[in-house]
Design a binder for this molecule. Sequence first.
Ligand code: 2P0
Length: 349
Amino acid sequence: MANSEIHRASTTAPVNIAVVKYWGKRDANLNLPTNSSLSVTLAQSDLRTHTTASCSSTYTTDTLTLNSAPQSLSSPRTQACLRELRSLRAALEDSNPSLPKLSPLPLKIVSFNNFPTAAGLASSAAGFAALVRAIADLYALPQSPSSLSLIARQGSGSACRSLLGGFVGWNVGTAPDGSDSKAYEVAPAAHWAELRAIILVASAAKKSVSSTAGMQATVATSPLFRVRAAELVPARMGAMEEAIRRRDFEAFGALTMKESNNFHATCLDTEPPILYLNDTSRAAIRAAEGINKAAGKVVAAYTFDAGPNAVVYYVEGDTERVAGSFKRILANVDGWDGDRGWAVQGQGL
Ligand code: 2P0
């Protein structure tokens, strides 16, 4: 009689926000980047994807739902993740015949994002990280989070950094097979517990140019990108790790803003130009400049990903002069929708 048992594991993975940006692939099939990157997931982060993976001989085919809506599993990237996880499980089963044979069974993956869709946050990082972690747990794989990040990277580059919490680097690597292009811990979240972030939602609309298409156009056409990948980012990785190690907010904040601005300058330098920032984003930049000028030092550090929404970092002691000031200043900006804009105000990343 066929065994109808359902095997199941549940997990969560956090959103991460890069302060040294990933933008550019040197190998689109293996999803290998042109430069290293570094991201932050704060200790109080409650922006997560929750995923349950199960497998059973009673299922007929692999399935995935996100927020209860069926999703395709057919993309080569998703297939690469499933294939690698199954092959690690098959190797375990080969070496230990007493283990149940889970690797051939159809998988059912059920995911929920607990962050408001209106926040406009890219969800692929948390999504692929949670998918890989949940299936690895279901299969009782012994691989470290850093090793599993090699698999999540193939789903979505930034996902490799969401396998770890806190301050996480993604090493560009040099191996042609991508075996050294994985995530590593710079510091745990508790290392800098006073760090805070708010999200300013300038638009909840879907981004105009996907990250994958945008970065490939940038690599192909932007002269500024070559300087960025070859010189700027390698130097900034070291400086950013040092600022984090020393919990030096002024150095961390100044570099975070320079790095965001350089990334968006590189987007503008792409043909045709990619414009992710809008008028509200620019108002947020001016607001941060004003707050920092009034403080006489960097107390607010903005960063923008492939979209117009700002993430602003500050330390807990500066909550009023940063979060409070932003709220007052942006209330007077045309087109600013206070309710939507502050949907996640005060929430840690
Ligand atoms: C980052 N971004 O480091 C940068 C900053 C956007 C701007 O990683 O093609 O969705 O799936 O590997 O990971 C967005 O790129 O791209 C991204 P794919 P992904 O967070």
